[in-house]
Structure formats: structure tokens, C-alpha cells
Design a protein around this ligand. Structure first.
Ligand code: HEM
Length: 216
């Protein structure tokens, strides 16, 4: 009972922590502290937090496995949904405050500006993940298919990093940092997949004769 209660409190605390960037933006907006270009500021902050939450979500599995803290899985869905939440705010800032719902101009941007194209792809990839994030959908799709679908998050995060890389004009430090973290997180998975396959192949090759045995 105590465990259930403490896990609920932790979840509530983490939920508020995840909301903090939005609350801070709201606070700054209310006090006119969003700088000379508030729309740009909001776009940058929501974009940054989308990418951060994508990376936090992707970090859960490696941290769980490396530290043995298996209970971390309880929070992965929440982090993933926050990535989608900030991506939606980011997209809304763009389409509402930047483009004033001018769908024609938006479509033109998506087609012509490559950083918008790839950012949009990253956002669209997150939609099926958010829609199928419930237990009901896991049962409906079956664990394996659900897991395969949710691997789309890798491509969304890759699109997010490329999007950032392509939009910066000079200083590529920040996209490089995000890219390096993503490379480690994806590298961990690739090693996990390739490792057993490589050792299975190795075991097979050890069982096979190392030289040709000539008959007669
Ligand atoms: C997974 C989806 C996405 C991620 C992870 C993402 C992430 C980011 C990041 C990290 C930044 C830069 C923040 C900074 O400078 O501190 C950014 C900027 C921006 N993003 Fe996104 N974004 C995504 C989707 C989108 C979409 C769908 C659009 C619009 C269709 C969009 C439009 C923009 C714009 C206009 C900027 C500002 C560009 C500038 O300063 O010149 N992004 N985004």
C-alpha cells in the first residue's frame, strides 16, 4: 500500500516537473519577460523541450538495464507523452502565432524549407505513438506489433536532431550535443540487437570445422 502511494506521489511530482517548462514560459509571458521576440522564444523553448523529452524517454530503457532499476518503466509513457505535448505546442506556436493558420503558407514551408519538412515528419511520427500509448492499444495490437510501432520514436528523434542541425545558422554546438546523446542511446540498442546475433554466429562458426576435411 505504502509502495503504491509513494509511486503515485513520485508520478505526481514528476508530472509537475515535466510541466515546469510550460509554467515558466507562461509566467514569463505574463510578466512580459519573453524578450524582444516572444514568438521566437516560445518556438525555441518548446522545440528544445520536445527534443529533451524524446531523449529522456529513450534513456529509460538503457538506464533501467544498466542500473537494475526496473521500476523506471512506470514513467516512460509519461515522458513520451510530454514529448508529444511539447511538440504539439511547438507546432501550434508555428502554425498559430507564426503563420496565423495560413495553411497555404505552411504547406509551402513544409515543401520548400527542408528543416521544416524534417521537423514536420518528426512530429507526424509521434502522432500514432501518442494515440496508441494506452494499455488498451497494447492489448489490441499485441506486444510485438505495439513495440515495433513504438520504434518510430527513434526516427522522430533522428528527425528532431536533423531539424535542429539544419535550422541553426552558425553555432552547431547544441544540435551536436543532442545528436551525440541520441547516438549513444541508439548505439546501445544496436549493440543489444547485434550482440546476440554476432555471438550466435560466432558460436555457429566455432561448431563448424575450421578447415576442409578431404575424404579418401
Ligand atoms: C519532433 C518534432 C520536432 C522537434 C524535436 C523540434 C525541435 C526543435 C528545436 C530543438 C528547435 C530549436 C530550439 C532552439 O533554438 O533552442 C526548433 C526550432 C524550430 N522549429 Fe522545431 N521541432 C520539431 C517539429 C517542428 C515542426 C512540426 C515545425 C513546424 C512545422 C517546427 C518549426 C520550428 C521552427 C520555425 C523553429 C525556429 C527556427 C528558427 O529559429 O529559425 N518544428 N525545433
Amino acid at each position: 500500500m505504502n509502495k503504491v502511494l509513494s509511486s503515485r506521489w513520485t508520478k505526481a511530482f514528476l508530472f509537475l516537473l515535466c510541466l515546469a517548462p510550460l509554467l515558466l514560459l507562461g509566467w514569463r509571458g505574463y510578466h512580459n519577460q519573453l524578450g524582444a521576440n516572444p514568438i521566437e522564444n516560445i518556438t525555441h523553448k518548446t522545440g528544445d523541450w520536445t527534443l529533451r523529452f524524446l531523449l529522456i524517454t529513450l534513456a529509460i530503457t538503457p538506464i533501467r538495464r544498466l542500473t537494475g532499476k526496473l521500476w523506471l518503466i512506470r514513467y516512460r509513457r509519461m515522458f513520451g507523452l510530454f514529448a508529444f505535448f511539447y511538440a504539439t505546442l511547438h507546432f501550434l506556436t508555428y502554425i498559430w502565432l507564426d503563420k496565423f493558420f495560413d495553411v497555404h503558407e505552411m504547406l509551402h514551408d513544409i515543401a520548400k524549407r527542408r528543416f521544416i519538412t524534417v521537423g514536420f515528419a518528426g512530429f507526424v511520427l509521434l502522432i500514432p505513438l501518442a494515440l496508441t500509448s494506452t494499455k488498451g492499444w497494447i492489448l489490441r495490437l499485441g506486444g510485438k506489433r505495439w513495440q515495433a510501432l513504438h520504434r518510430l520514436i527513434y526516427f522522430s528523434a533522428i528527425a528532431g536532431v536533423i531539424h535542429y542541425w539544419w535550422l541553426v545558422k552558425a553555432d552547431i554546438h547544441k544540435p551536436l550535443e543532442y545528436g551525440a546523446i541520441l547516438a549513444v542511446l541508439l548505439g546501445y540498442r544496436i549493440a543489444g540487437w547485434a550482440g546476440p546475433k554476432l555471438s550466435a554466429n560466432k558460436a555457429k562458426s566455432l561448431r563448424e570445422p575450421r578447415f576442409e576435411v578431404r575424404q579418401g
